[in-house]
Design a protein around this ligand. Structure first.
Ligand code: NAP
Ligand code: F7E
Length: 385
């Protein structure tokens, strides 16, 4: 049985990757942080009674700032593959916590690479690199596009990217960078823009929220579907030679387009009025479900400069030709389907009929996430009642 260690197993990608590896019959070990509240919601459905002899998921306390623990864990677990996903992942927050972001997102990678080097075992290593490293380099971006980081997060990721390559070249570690463009899902953290929008919509549909405040509406991102991307992390480590790959759909859309499509999918047509920080969106048309809480002309979106970044990444769009030809991958879930999946999920989560009435869920039924997320939801409902 192959053994994998995942840092960041409680995050969006870590949870999907754990599911994927368990389905591939791996023994999976995950590093979790001690928190004063439970932070394992995304993997609770995978975790069994610790006394169950047949279980294949093991969790260990650790932190990326704690070299001793990371080294001891790798020495004890002796994994075949390490998927290093843990990081301070929020770009805006990295401007408020630049040093911490460097410690965790940058140096965290070095600590793990050094621990791998010291155990003298052929461990394969995956580094969660990011399209943010391209920053202001013109789109489309590929493996040879120069980096121009625009945030402390991106600068830390660029450092970690080069350390990964250095350990490959200097010590022969089988170390790969997956340069992933934005990928989303119903498990996306609530403060990233896509999930912020889909959650707000669901909450508005119940009359619990009147307005959504957003930052820069013009930035363009290449948004893909997270469960597809974690499988590619695994594929990179199954190749004959270590290498670096760009992963993204090749389609880029503005934040404004995401908002408009999400609202349209939920039954609201928006009209934009004003410009710059005065810009706002009003309801131009809507389906009857919205009538109890809103009327035509109501303002539902405002721009709030609080969400602007000191320096922004304007346009990300992947050229993933290398992954297409060498990893044999083509993106499956489209931008429209991604929005429908996320809106459906957040509506169902609050107990509202999904606008798509389950159609999109059926379309992606081959992804195991659907069942797990809804099972999780049922458990949450039961606990609350
Ligand atoms: P996420 O949902 O924010 O998860 C981050 C994970 O890192 C969580 O498990 C978190 O633990 C853990 N973590 C944070 N600080 C830590 C520390 N000091 N010690 C140990 N663990 C720590 O991120 P994601 O979206 O799954 O992304 C996974 C990786 O891919 C990240 O490295 C991210 O930078 C990178 N990436 C993401 C995208 C994307 O679009 N999602 C694109 C490119 C690259 P808690 O649960 O305790 O907070
Ligand atoms: O912002 C704009 C914001 O925070 C996307 C992380 O996974 O992907 C993610 O980083 C865009 C930016 O993601 C709001 O200014 C407008 O242009 O969802 P985001 P991100 O910064 O692209 C990369 C690839 C990673 O590696 C990161 O770990 O949306 N935007 N209004 C907003 N963003 C947020 N968060 N909130 C707003 O209200």
């Amino acid at each position: 049985m192959r053994r994998a260690l995942i840092t960041g197993i409680t995050g969006q990608d870590g949870s999907y990757l754990a599911e994927f590896l368990l389905a591939q019959n791996y023994e999976v070990h995950g590093v979790i942080r001690r928190a004063s509240t439970f932070n394992t919601q995304r993997i609770d459905h995978l975790y069994h009674d610790p006394h169950d002899a047949g279980r294949r998921l093991f969790l260990h306390y650790g932190d990326l700032t704690d070299t001793g623990v990371l080294t001891a864990l790798i020495d004890k677990i002796q994994p075949d593959e390490v998927y290093h996903l843990a990081a301070q992942t929020h770009v805006k927050v990295s401007f408020q916590m630049p040093e911490y972001t460097g410690q965790v997102t940058g140096l965290g990678t070095t600590r793990i690479l050094e621990a791998i080097r010291q155990v003298h075992r052929p461990i394969r290593f995956y580094q969660a690199s990011s399209s943010e490293m391209f920053g202001s380099s013109p789109a489309p971006q590929h493996e040879h596009t120069p980096f121009h980081p625009r945030s402390p997060y991106a600068a830390a990721k660029a450092y970690a990217y080069w350390m990964t390559i250095n350990y490959r070249e200097a010590y022969g570690v089988f170390a790969c960078n997956g340069i992933l463009f934005n990928h989303e899902s119903p498990r996306r953290g609530e403060t990233f823009v896509t999930r912020k929008i889909t959650r707000a919509l669901a909450s508005m549909r119940l009359g619990k929220q009147k307005k959504l405040y957003l930052g820069n509406l013009e930035t363009k991102r290449d948004w893909g579907f997270a469960p597809e991307y974690v499988e590619l992390m695994w594929r990179m480590l199954q190749m004959d030679c270590p290498d670096d790959y760009v992963i993204g759909t090749g389609q880029s859309n503005t934040v404004r387009a995401f908002v408009e499509k999400a609202f349209a999918y939920a039954g609201i047509t928006l009209a934009w009025v004003g410009s710059g920080v005065q810009e706002r969106a009003i309801i131009n048309n809507f389906t009857s479900d919205w009538k109890p809480y809103f009327k035509l002309g109501d303002c539902v979106i405002e721009v709030d400069s609080r969400y602007f970044r000191p320096s922004e990444v304007e346009h990300l769009q992947a050229d993933a030709s290398k992954a297409h030809s060498l990893l044999g991958w083509q993106p499956r879930v489209t931008f429209d389907e991604l929005i429908a999946i996320m809106v459906d999920y957040d509506f169902k989560y609050l107990g509202i009929d999904s606008p798509g009435q389950g159609i999109t869920i059926c379309k992606v039924k081959d992804f195991s996430y659907t069942n797990h997320d809804f099972t999780l939801q049922q458990q949450d409902d039961r606990d609350m009642s």
